[in-house]
Design a binder for this molecule. Structure first.
Ligand SMILES: O=P(O)(O)OP(=O)(O)OP(=O)(O)OC[C@H]1O[C@@H](n2cnc3c(O)ncnc32)[C@H](O)[C@@H]1O
Ligand SMILES: [Mg+2]
Length: 207
């Protein structure tokens, strides 16, 4: 076993969230509550947003985490995530942010998904989150979470972010955007990956 397999954050440590997405920052702040770790975002530190040039969620998560850990000399956690649609052969997948463009036009990206599915009765979709914890020495840990569901149309709900208004988890009548933050945070792809990260890398939580 290498050092990177066992290293944990300690209470009082600062963890950089290697993300420029305000929705993710809100979710991670809630998930980390009580663990005694101080979260600062890459945006708050003025770190640049690296280009996501890898061809996988894990590759892009590693690239973002490494860049932030190196620049800040602190441990950094990145999330690379996306919505995969069965009828679109898994698209937009790692291109989920790029489908919304620089203007972050999610209504347009959701309409593109809806149009792509067309009359196909298969509306299955899933969200993936891959978390990567990078230490300043370059060592990495990776954790994955997935939640299955379907594409709802028209978009519904005002909570959450990104594609939440069209994602309806299996067994749920509401979309993610119709669920309170705490309910989404109990079942989401990001929450499932976070639990794995928490068990291996965080100090125990104190209420
Ligand atoms: O790379 P960072 O800076 O973390 O921020 P980003 O928004 O670019 O994030 P990604 O590269 O991981 O792209 C993920 C895309 O998938 C969307 N997405 C991921 N998780 C989501 C969730 O829980 N609900 C809705 N949309 C989500 C998100 O809005 C992005 O457009
Ligand atoms: Mg991104």
């Amino acid at each position: 076993m290498t050092i990177s397999d066992t290293r944990r954050l300690a209470a009082g440590d600062t963890l950089v969230l290697a993300s420029h997405n305000a929705g993710k920052l809100a979710e991670f702040s809630a998930l980390l509550a009580g663990h005694g770790v101080t979260l600062v975002s890459a945006g708050q530190l003025g770190l640049p947003e690296p280009e996501e040039t890898a061809d996988s969620f894990a590759g892009n998560a590693a690239l973002k985490a490494r860049a932030a850990a190196t620049a800040s000399n602190l441990p950094a956690l990145a999330d690379d995530s996306g919505l995969c649609v069965a009828a679109l052969d898994g698209a937009p997948g790692i291109y989920s942010a790029r489908w919304a463009g620089p203007a972050k036009d999610f209504p347009a990206a959701m309409a593109r998904i809806h149009a792509g599915i067309g009359g196909n009765p298969d509306r299955a979709a899933w969200f993936i989150s891959v978390l990567c914890l990078a230490w300043p020495d370059g060592t990495l840990r990776t954790f994955e979470g997935r939640i299955d569901g379907r594409i709802a149309w028209p978009p519904r709900g005002g909570n959450g972010h990104g594609y939440d208004p069209v994602f309806q988890p299996v067994g749920e009548a509401r979309t993610f955007a119709e669920m309170p933050e705490a309910e989404k945070n109990a079942i989401s792809h990001r929450a499932l990956a976070f639990v794995r990260f928490r068990d291996d890398c965080l100090p125990p939580a104190h209420p």
